[in-house]
Design a protein around this ligand. Sequence first.
Ligand code: FAD
Length: 386
Amino acid sequence: MTETADVVIIGSGIVGSSVAYHLAQAGCTNVLVVERETHQGKGSTGKSMGGVRAQFSTPVNIQMSRYSIDFFSRFDEVVGHPADYRAHGYVFCATTENHLAYLKANRERQIALGVTNVQWVSPEDIVKMVPQLRVDDILGGTFCPTDGFVDPHSVMMGFMLNARERGARLWLDTQVTGIDVEDDQITGVQTSRGPISTRIVVNAAGAWAAAVAKMTSTELPVEPLRRQLVPTEPFNQLPKRFPMVIDMSTGFHFRREGKGILLAWNDPDETPGFKTEFDSTFVEKILTHAASRVPCLAEAEVNPRRAWAGLYEMTPDHHAIIGPAPNVRELYFVNGFSGHGVMHSPASGRVTADLIMQGHSDLIDASQLSVERFKEGKLLEETAVL
Ligand SMILES: Cc1cc2nc3c(=O)[nH]c(=O)nc-3n(C[C@H](O)[C@H](O)[C@H](O)COP(=O)(O)OP(=O)(O)OC[C@H]3O[C@@H](n4cnc5c(N)ncnc54)[C@H](O)[C@@H]3O)c2cc1C
């Protein structure tokens, strides 16, 4: 007998799991999540740095962060599983007048949208947070104490376990190979485990979302872009607790990860593609930026075998695509997070569930994130991409 579901979600990463959770919360529990891997988290979610922040430049990203960070702060109680949210803050360090003007405009927008705890910090304030930082060229910055980190794997598992406790189902080791459409209406999904009869499909396939969209001849502008992270060996020359520090002169940023330090930098020479091998030449590049901003990091030991690479799912304007497909009824996208899919997972799951259940969301004006914005030239440029 053909399996049936009210909603099929393709992909069980943090985003698909959040959609399943929010649908179940809204009373829609006949949900089937289909994941091609043998366990959850093998896509970008398992590779993430786990950073969450409200310090964005566009209203929609600030609104999504505000909802999400509040959600993370209550996650354990509400979802019944741990998120490991640590409110250690993010500090952006400006080295030019342009950076300062940019942070000032962002802070005003953030405060206007209810993120009222973003503070101006002087170089002296920054040194108090991280005494080892070189601040001779830092003019100031902004610090938001409720920014911080979560454990992406725990959040994903929490969302999914809660949804499953309410009746949602998860098929692992099952690839979606086709989506059936008749008269512009979805009728089912083809998988390696057999067909599923459904009228509603959510594409939560992360960096692979464009290939899933192609199954209904829909163009989805989502491209994979490799992103590499380098952990140091145990390093005790930096404080045990400090915020995520962003050096705006290079984009280099770092935070504590257990006994070591996790180093991140967006290599401008990276080109799109499904590249998930770590490139060992990246170590020298990132250590140069690290030692320049934090001289003692020149002494940090790095084992390249413990470094890793994963994929950002980039859109042309670095904003997510959330909402219905233009050409197929009841096909929903929740894709293209451009490096922010973990931090925005609560909001994106909620907005997608709202759209499915009510046709609109009062959390954000979701029409801004529709895929049609690219065709209509209504791009939303986010410049605070790390
Ligand atoms: C190195 C790195 C650092 C990052 N740091 C941060 C950070 O600090 N903060 C932040 O918010 N974000 C960060 N991100 C981005 C974040 O990890 C992603 O935006 C997020 O994980 C996307 O979640 P997802 O569920 O959409 O995708 P994924 O986790 O990739 O899940 C998609 C799933 O779909 C499945 N799938 C695909 N095609 C099919 C198919 N045909 N059939 C069945 N299943 C299919 C895949 O197997 C996969 O499991 C980082 C990413 C990387 C790579």
